[in-house]
Design a protein around this ligand. Structure first.
Ligand SMILES: [Zn+2]
Length: 451
């Protein structure tokens, strides 16, 4: 008998491994934060002696979810964005970026903590921050909470007609990498907020840093029709064509947030270079239009799903999967009269970041040698019964509020519904206590918009 730290037993284990196994009465054996075996419980039990056997008889065990695009310092905008405000051209330079910048330190901290607690509650074990104005605070909170997160600095030097030096911004990004990369669950990547918000010098500087540090890079791209016109006018090229010319294709991992307005030629480049695409089903629909991810050959693309931050939704990727499926079915039916499009299996691949491929790490699968990042979903719940096909059940019915346990690197972060690493009650209390501060920040912003 081999010694292991933990065995997690579930009614079903959805592995997302090379054979797409779904194992009834399955189990995962974990040692030193890594999965050593996955199989039927009876076999696992005979091969391994565990310090702790966690029995989850009415539950499905899945890999941890990966939010490929979020904004942890926009949490306090939740329910603040009206339908009318969506029309602001564009909303990010008018509302989202200024709001983040205006937050006082205590609000930045609570926004960051709240985002992390909210993600963990919904089974998200890994996320990519698109660019935080206060990335050091985010790094501290990642380290405290046990979640895995990509931290990036909000990297831009043009906003609403003002511009400033690229050097200062690059220095901050470099310092962030030096001080935090590799520490306690923190990954520091480079980012570009938006091609319209960055000078050519800043774009080339960021790409140079990503190559020098061998880190990933993420950017908002092809998300706005005005942006396509901007690069066509300025450079004679569409946004991705221009960025590739700047050297983007040499960077791995590379995650394009949205990418709604990519041309067929650009989509081919995405496939050719293995670039990651993050579809944000709710936000892309509200702000942009139709994402091409509904096309069935999406299995050839490294594509994940993102929330785009709490100002738009409940940071619930299982809910986003349902939104995604409805959008895809509507379009497949309308255009091709094809009802089988975008399967549950493909959507599960997406909510785990293309089974971890999009972040370039051994996450997103329950398979030997992968990180023991695991989510346990409670099926003994009127909303989730009865069970015929566990994969269809998870994608079509189960949402974040059914998450019972979250394990990251083999350690419980959420156990039987209780958050272990963050004082969740205190986070909730502070958001309520700070209500007038939060509302004052928004009022100030609204005044600035009207001026
Ligand atoms: Zn975004």
């Amino acid at each position: 008998m081999e010694d292991v730290d933990k065995i997690i037993l579930g009614k079903y284990v959805i592995t997302l491994d090379s054979f797409n196994r779904v194992i009834p009465r399955g189990a995962v054996a974990i040692r030193d934060g890594v999965i050593v075996d996955v199989g039927e419980y009876d076999g696992i039990k005979n091969r391994y002696k565990a310090e702790e056997v966690v029995e989850r008889q009415n539950h499905v065990v899945t890999p941890g979810l990966v939010d490929c695009h979020t904004h942890t310092q926009q949490f306090l905008l939740r329910s603040a964005i009206s339908d009318e405000m969506l029309q602001l051209p564009p909303i990010w330079t008018k509302v989202l970026v200024p709001f983040e910048n205006m937050l006082k330190p205590h609000l930045v901290k609570i926004s960051t903590q709240a985002s992390i607690v909210n993600m963990l509650r919904n089974g998200i074990t890994f996320f990519i921050e698109a660019g935080a104005p206060y990335p050091e605070i985010l790094a501290e909170e990642i380290a405290r909470s046990g979640i895995k997160g990509v931290v990036t600095l909000a990297t831009y030097n043009i906003l609403e007609g003002r511009s400033w030096s690229a050097e200062e911004v690059l220095k901050r990004a470099e310092a962030l990498h030096r001080d935090w990369n590799g520490k306690n669950g923190v990954r520091v990547w480079m980012s570009i907020r938006q091609v319209m918000m960055a000078s050519e010098k800043l774009i080339s500087g960021v790409i140079e840093l990503a190559k020098r540090f061998n880190t990933g890079l993420t950017l908002h791209l092809a998300e706005y029709q005005g942006e396509v016109d901007y690069t066509l006018t300025k450079h004679g090229k569409r946004p991705l064509e221009y960025m590739l010319e700047c050297g983007l294709n040499d960077i791995k991992p590379m995650v394009i947030a949205h990418g709604v307005f990519l041309s067929p030629r650009e989509i081919n480049m995405v496939k050719k270079y293995g670039l990651g695409i993050c579809w944000c089903p709710t936000v892309d629909s509200w702000l942009m239009g139709v994402h091409w991810a509904f096309l069935e050959d999406v299995d050839n693309v490294v594509i994940g799903i993102g929330s785009d931050g709490a100002s738009w939704n409940r940071l619930d990727l299982l809910h986003e999967a349902k939104v995604a499926k409805a959008i895809a079915k509507a379009l497949d039916n309308a255009i091709m009269y094809y009802k089988a499009g975008l399967s549950s299996q493909t959507l599960l691949n997406m909510v785990t970041g293309s089974r971890g491929l999009i972040v370039g790490e051994r996450v997103g699968r329950l398979e030997r040698g992968y990180s023991a990042d695991i989510v346990v979903l409670d099926l003994k719940n009127i909303r989730n019964l009865p069970i015929h096909d566990p994969v269809d059940l998870v994608v079509n019915y189960v949402e974040g509020d059914s998450v019972n346990d979250v394990i990251i690197d083999g350690r419980f972060v959420l156990k039987d519904g209780e958050m272990l690493t963050v004082d969740e009650g205190e986070v909730v209390k502070r958001i309520i206590d700070y209500e007038s501060d939060i509302k004052d920040t928004l009022k100030e912003l609204m005044k600035a918009i009207k001026r």
